[in-house]
Structures are given as structure tokens and as C-alpha cells.
Design a protein. Structure first.
Length: 691
């Protein structure tokens, strides 16, 4: 006997029960609220409506499919028979309740389900019901103990998964600045943009389960170098035809534009790449944070040494080496277990989307366990040697001398404690900086830290190992000479630089010192933009004070022509004639700017307008040309740019925008003022939106 098609069950409707599922899965903030967004390893419910009541012999199969030609053999088609019972290792669906023609179905995904965008259909006998745009997004689940991204602490999950605003730290060791950043992982098109990138990665469905592989692929896709990824990196100082990296206030406008155009967005530098990767990881459900390393080594030769070459004036030479020390470098940590490694390397893993070095043929970096970096286990996947050098390489200064028409290299000093300082991230639940240096390295100079360096060196190839072992630190000075610099360490832009080079001789005998000091304008990556001045003198007294004065005109022309934030580097070399010993010192000076103030109410109601004012007074001695105000408020308005023209010294500008909040909760408005002279003054203000 064959059942007649006319009596076979037909599906009339599927209700994704978005609101109740979103609440249980911590996905209610996502803009895509017409779709179902769930986290793996956790049950969600669907309501099916049929053309008649469900009978015991009716076969109902809920299907989820990915891609154009879904097949069960490669896990791109998932079929769940409502009568087949439960299995924690695979997808299953069960009837939890029936009422007339309606049926409540509980769907459970395994804790290692592939993340992605699935299309839903219901099969009953010969009938397949395709409810059009019914999409189920499956994300990683830090709330699920069986998921490899499980994070046990609720306040940490709130910070590293659900928080959509934060800070990225920039500046210098002497002057660390928290730059507000809107991660915006719940904004319109951001989730779809991340899903598009997953598809673009060509990762097979089976490996989309693995946060190790997914985070590595995303580190490649956030930059545009190999695969027409999201952001085009540019460190040239010229950003015609795009947005200057310092003008961005958050990730969402970049990802939204990329998703619309499917073309790389111009332009980014390390903090923008990091902000984007934090957004992508949090959006997919992998706990993530942006991390800044001050005095960050870029070791291109893989010998755990960074060589810096100075000329006879003490000026750094750009073209002698591809190694460099960045004033700061921003990357990411992602949280996950590492079943692919020996035991003991779970937890935070370093990932870097800034295209610096090729890894396995692609500009990608990580994930590399912080525990491996700390202990010098640089043989572990992925890119542990490169990350170890960033935080713990030794820095070697050389002077390039001209002797009888030939270049002679003189080793000035080797520093074992100069690289990897004040490693910073936003504190959990607080708007302040947390120093996480001890998570990356043992205390500088401690036996454990030196042992980690020795262990890291032991894994180098033979030629690099020779370099690592041969460059032993110079012996301590016999002469009691001390160098110091007096003067303002933070400079007001447009003012002259007035410094005093101090030389003190505390030893009993007199000695003759050949002293050179140079002042250069550099980018944060250590690239020399201009030589501003130098002094050269031979001194014999016990205490000497040498002035190093630079007029504002000497640096303002370069500041105006380069579209990056620049800083001042002072290098001093003292050569003691009697002992032939050499002593060096280095100082970084940063520029200070007037504040950007914001005024708005502390609270406002949803869908009711309020006014936000931006006030800036130019207290500098110079005019600021071609000023632009970039503003963004998640859940309030998308990024806008307002031209402000030129702002003369002493002039006050006031701009207002009318805001219409469409989400409740604590919301932040971030603003940035850019000009030809000042590259980025940030401001922020928080408002609570009530129902």
C-alpha cells in the first residue's frame, strides 16, 4: 500500500522564534534580527506549521544546507529526522510539543559544529518546504563547556565577546594613549561580511569547526595582500584616494563598505587591522582582544636580534637593514584550547592581521600560544618565533664609520631589556589600561626570562644560532659616565624643541669624551622622515650641559606633508677616548594636542532625538588646515565626516549633530578631529538609552 500524495503532510510555515532563541544564545544585539543567530552546542527551537495535525507515521526532516551543491558526504547538508532521537556528537532535532497543526521542534548542534550561514528547509514525504530567506547563522559558543572557545568567567565573556566598544593603545612607552575604538560586531552587514570572508577563505566545511584554523584564515583575510581581503595597508604617509588610517573611529564602516563593494578598502595600519580582527572574532563568537606591544621588534632575519645602524652624527640610517623597532605595534589575542599542540598551551593565542611577514606562503600570523612565547618554545605552531622576537629580541646598536673611504661597523651596545614593553589591552569591565606584559614574558632580566631566550635561540637554524650566540653583551663601563636628557618629554605642536644633553663623570680621573647627539622625526614604525639637527663636541669637564635646540619650522614642514602621526627620536653617542668605551642613549618625544570636548545628555529615550555637540579650541600657536571631524555612534548613527575648514590659533569651533538612538543600553559616541598638522585628536562620551 502506498500513501496517496494528497494526504501526505505539507509544511505551511516555519517560525524561527528569533527573540526567545536570541535571548538564550546571547545574540539579541545582532542587527540581522530577521534571521536566526545561534551558538553551537546549545539547543534552539523552531515552530513548524503543517496543513494538518502530525501523525505518528509522518516523516519530517529538518534540513540545513551550505553552498550551491549541498551534500551529506562533505557536511554541507545536514538532515535531522524528528523521530531519530538524540546524539550529542551530531546535529539532531526532536519534537518537544505539538498543538493542533503546530509543532515545536528542539534542534541541538554539536559543540564542534561548523560555523557558518545555513539555509533551512523542511522535508515531509515528497514535499520540500523552502521558506525563502530563513537563514540560520551558527557561531562559536564561549558559554558552552564542550566548545574549544569556552570562557568560564562571565565578566570576561562580556568584555571579550559582547563588548562592541573599547580602546586601542598607541603612543610611546613614556606616553601611552588610549584611542577609543568602535568594534561594532553587531552592526548591519558585519556578520554577513564575516560569513563572506569565511566563504572567501575556501576553508572546507569540516575545518570551519576549528577556531585555530578560522582565526588564522581571518588574520590573512583582514589584510588585502594575498586574497583581496578587507583592508589595504599603507605606511607611505600619503593617503590620496582613500581614508587616512588615523581617521577611522571603528571597524563597522570598513566592513560595511567592503561587503558592499567586495573590494579592499583604503587604508589601514596596525591598529586598524587589529580593530578589524577583534570585530571579526567577537562577531563569530571567538573571545578576542586588541593588544599593543611598545618597542616592538620586527625581526626579518629570524635570529632574535634587531640591528639598528647610526651614522657618525648619531642619526639612524633607514637603508642598512630590514629589521626595525616599532614604537608600538598592535595585534590580537584570541581565546581557545589547542588540541593540535602538546598539553599546556590552551588560553590566549597571539594572532596578527598586519601584513609583515609571509607565513606558509600567505600574509598571516598565529594563533601562537602566549605560554609558548613566555617560555621560548618557538618550535610550536604558528609563527611563534616571529612573535617571540617582537616581545623579547635583543637590540644591537651599530655605528657606521668612514675609515679611509671604507665603511666600518662599530658595535655600540647590545640591549637585552629594551624590546617588548608595557604590553597593553583594555581592562575587563573598566575603561582603563591593563598591563599584560607578564603573560608574554617573565620579568626582564630574571633567570626564567634569560632561560626562555636561550631556549628560543636553541631552535634557530645553524647560521642564525651562530648570530644569536656570538653577539654577547658588552662588558660594563670602566669609566663612570652617565648620559641624560633634560627638557619637556611631551611637546606642544608648533613650539620649538629645547633639550639639554647632560654628561656626568662620576669616576675619579678626568676623561675626554667625544659626544654626538641627533634629533630625527620618525613614524611609529621607526621610519626616518626628517633629520632635524645634530651636535658634535669633545668635552672634558665633570658635568657638562649641551643645548640641543630645534626651531618649529625645522619639523613643521615634514609634519604637514606626511599624513601620519610622527614623533621625535633623540640618539646620543659618547665615546671615551682613554678607554675606547662607548655609551649610548635614546629618547622618544611625542607631540601633545588640545582636547576635543563633547557635550550631550547622560540619558536619552529610544527613538527620541537628542543633540551631541563637539567643541574644540585651537590653543596651539599654528593654524590647523583642512580640519575634518569624524564621528560615529553605534546604535545611534553611522560614521559621518564633517568639514571644519581651517581653524586659526585661539579659534573655537562647535559642531552639532542630532542623534536618533535605535537601541537601548549604554552607548558611546566616538569623535576624531584630523587636519594637515594634527593627525588625530580623539574624544568620546557615553550615554544611556532607555526604553
Amino acid at each position: 500500500w502506498r500513501q496517496d500524495d494528497s494526504s501526505s503532510l505539507k509544511t505551511l510555515a516555519v517560525d524561527l522564534l528569533q527573540k526567545q532563541n536570541a535571548c538564550l544564545h546571547h545574540t539579541e544585539e545582532y542587527h540581522e534580527n530577521t534571521s536566526l543567530i545561534v551558538r553551537r552546542g546549545q539547543v534552539f527551537q523552531l515552530k513548524l506549521t503543517f496543513d494538518r495535525e502530525l501523525k505518528d507515521n509522518d516523516k519530517v526532516v529538518v534540513q540545513l544546507s551550505v553552498g550551491e551543491n549541498p551534500m551529506e558526504s562533505n557536511e554541507t547538508l545536514l538532515s535531522m529526522n524528528l523521530r531519530s532521537g538524540q546524539d550529542s556528537r551530531r546535529w539532531c532535532a526532536n519534537i518537544s510539543n505539538t498543538s493542533g497543526k503546530e509543532c515545536l521542534v528542539a534542534v541541538t548542534s554539536p559543540a564542534d559544529a561548523a560555523v557558518g550561514k545555513y539555509f533551512l528547509s523542511v522535508k515531509t514525504g515528497p514535499h520540500i518546504y523552502n521558506p525563502g530567506n530563513k537563514v540560520v547563522y551558527v557561531l562559536f559558543n564561549p558559554w558552552c563547556e564542550a566548545d574549544t572557545v569556552f570562557m568560564p568567567n562571565d565578566t570576561e565573556r562580556l568584555e571579550y565577546v559582547l563588548s562592541d566598544t573599547g580602546y586601542i593603545y598607541v603612543g610611546s612607552i613614556q606616553n601611552i594613549v588610549g584611542r577609543p575604538w568602535n568594534f561594532g560586531q553587531f552592526e548591519e552587514d558585519v556578520l554577513d561580511s564575516c560569513m563572506y570572508l569565511l566563504d572567501k577563505s575556501k576553508l572546507k566545511q569540516k575545518v570551519r569547526k576549528d577556531p585555530v584554523i578560522v582565526s588564522r584564515a581571518m588574520s590573512a583575510l583582514v589584510n588585502s595582500n594575498d586574497d583581496s581581503g578587507v583592508l589595504f595597508g599603507n605606511w607611505s604617509g600619503t593617503y590620496t584616494g582613500g581614508t587616512s588610517p588615523v581617521a577611522w573611529t571603528g571597524s563597522a564602516p570598513i566592513l560595511q563598505k567592503y561587503y558592499k563593494t567586495k573590494k579592499p578598502i583604503c587604508f589601514g595600519q596596525c591598529w586598524v587591522f587589529s580593530g578589524l580582527l577583534t570585530t571579526a572574532m567577537r562577531c563569530l563568537g571567538i573571545p578576542a582582544r586588541s593588544v599593543t606591544n611598545f618597542a616592538s621588534a620586527h625581526d626579518t632575519e629570524e635570529n632574535l636580534k634587531v640591528d639598528i645602524y647610526l651614522n657618525e652624527k648619531g642619526e639612524k640610517l633607514n637603508d642598512m637593514t630590514s629589521d626595525s623597532v616599532w614604537n608600538f605595534h598592535v595585534w590580537n589575542d584570541v581565546w581557545m584550547k589547542r588540541p593540535d599542540l602538546p598539553q599546556g598551551f590552551d588560553g590566549w593565542q597571539a594572532v596578527d592581521a598586519t601584513p609583515q611577514e609571509i607565513s606558509q606562503g600567505v600574509y598571516q600570523c598565529g594563533p601562537c600560544p602566549l605560554k609558548a612565547i613566555r617560555s621560548g618554545e618557538v618550535y610550536l605552531l604558528y609563527d611563534s618565533k616571529f612573535v617571540f622576537a617582537e616581545v623579547n629580541a635583543d637590540r644591537v646598536f651599530w655605528q657606521v664609520k668612514n675609515v679611509n673611504g671604507k665603511q666600518k661597523l662599530v658595535k655600540l651596545r647590545e640591549e637585552t631589556k629594551a624590546i617588548g614593553k608595557s604590553i597593553s589591552t583594555k581592562a575587563v569591565g573598566k575603561n582603563r589600561r591593563e598591563d599584560i606584559t607578564t603573560q608574554y614574558k617573565f620579568p626582564e632580566g630574571s633567570p626564567e626570562e634569560r632561560k626562555a631566550v636561550e631556549k628560543a635561540c636553541s631552535y634557530l637554524n645553524s647560521s642564525n644560532l651562530a648570530v644569536c650566540e656570538s653577539t654577547t653583551p658588552l662588558p660594563p663601563l670602566q669609566a663612570g659616565i652617565q648620559l641624560d636628557v633634560e627638557g619637556e618629554k611631551v611637546l606642544w605642536l608648533g613650539n620649538p624643541i629645547n633639550l639639554n644633553i647632560m654628561v656626568q663623570n662620576s669616576s675619579a680621573g678626568a676623561c675626554t669624551i667625544n659626544l654626538v647627539a641627533s634629533c630625527q622625526l620618525q613614524s611609529y614604525t621607526g621610519k626616518v622622515e626628517a633629520n632635524l639637527g645634530s651636535i658634535k663636541q669633545t668635552v672634558q669637564t665633570k658635568v657638562i650641559q649641551l643645548p640641543l635646540n630645534i626651531a618649529a619650522d625645522a619639523y613643521m614642514k615634514t609634519i604637514t606633508s606626511v599624513e601620519d602621526e610622527l614623533l621625535i627620536k633623540v640618539n646620543i653617542i659618547a665615546e671615551i677616548q682613554e678607554t675606547n668605551e662607548k655609551l649610548t642613549d635614546e629618547l622618544t618625544l611625542t607631540f601633545q594636542y588640545p582636547p576635543l570636548k563633547m557635550e550631550m545628555p547622560e540619558t536619552a529615550k529610544i527613538n527620541e532625538d537628542f543633540t551631541c555637540s563637539f567643541i574644540f579650541k585651537n590653543t596651539l600657536s599654528i593654524p590647523l588646515e583642512k580640519c575634518k571631524l569624524h564621528v560615529e555612534g553605534l546604535g545611534i548613527f553611522k560614521m559621518e565626516t564633517i568639514d571644519q575648514g581651517d581653524i586659526m590659533p585661539g579659534r573655537i569651533i562647535k559642531s552639532q549633530i542630532i542623534c536618533a538612538p535605535n537601541k537601548t543600553g549604554e552607548k558611546k559616541i566616538v569623535a576624531k578631529l584630523t587636519s594637515n598638522q594634527v593627525k588625530g585628536i580623539s574624544g568620546e562620551k557615553t550615554i544611556t538609552i532607555t526604553a
